[in-house]
Every structure is written in C-alpha cells, then in structure tokens.
Design a protein around this ligand. Structure first.
Ligand SMILES: [Zn+2]
Length: 117
C-alpha cells in the first residue's frame, strides 16, 4: 500500500475514533502495544538477553495497530479475540459483553458499582 493510502487510512480511522490513536478495546497506545510485546517504541527489545533477542529489532513497517476496521484495534486484542474464537468461547464472550453492559452491579463489588443517577 502506498504511503499516501496508509496516511489516508490512518487519519480516516482517527476521525472514526474521535482522534484517539488507541486500541478501541483495551485503550493501549501503539507504544504501549510495543511495550507489551517487549519492545521500545523504536523497535529495539527492552530486555533482550533472557529471551535471546539480541539481534531482533521490530522493523518500522511492523504494524501493531490496525486502522482498517470500524475502530483502531491492536495486535494484542486481535490475538486475544482469535484465541477466544479458536477455543470455541465466542458465545461466552458475547454473553459476557451483554452482562457487562446490563448487569454491572451483579458483576462487581459495591464500591465499584456505577454511581446512581
Ligand atoms: Zn487492544
């Protein structure tokens, strides 16, 4: 994809997300996603020796965020979603989503309940 198309895709995604360059699901920034995978923002490993990553550098072209969907999503959430689906737990995920939306007070202790309006 040409650089110009990538910029257009990126800024169109930011328009859809209210200018937030974060994962729509977990709210991680691209730098936080790289840190989650063990890399500094420039692509160098944070702690290379224990993991044998002395010669590994994430290329600048490695994408840790996708801006092609309805909202930006990170590679961590994509992998988590895929593992949920592969495990056959998609119905449970949808049930949990429903419970989180409609049964918050049942899921959480009193001090974490939503304020009464
Ligand atoms: Zn995420």
């Amino acid at each position: 994809m040409a650089m110009e198309e990538r910029f257009h895709e990126y800024f169109a995604a930011l328009d859809r997300s209210g200018d937030a360059d974060n994962c729509f699901l977990c709210r991680r920034s691209p730098a936080e996603v790289k840190r989650f995978f063990g890399f500094y923002e420039d692509g160098t490993p944070i702690d290379p020796e224990p993991f044998g990553l002395e010669d590994v550098v994430l290329a600048p072209t490695v994408d840790v965020m996708s801006y092609k969907g309805a909202r930006p999503v990170c590679a961590v959430c994509q992998l988590s979603f895929e593992s949920i689906c592969l495990a056959g737990d998609k119905p449970a995920m949808l049930e949990l989503q429903h419970q989180m939306e409609h049964e918050r007070d049942r899921l959480w202790p009193d001090h974490l309940r939503a304020p009464e309006s």
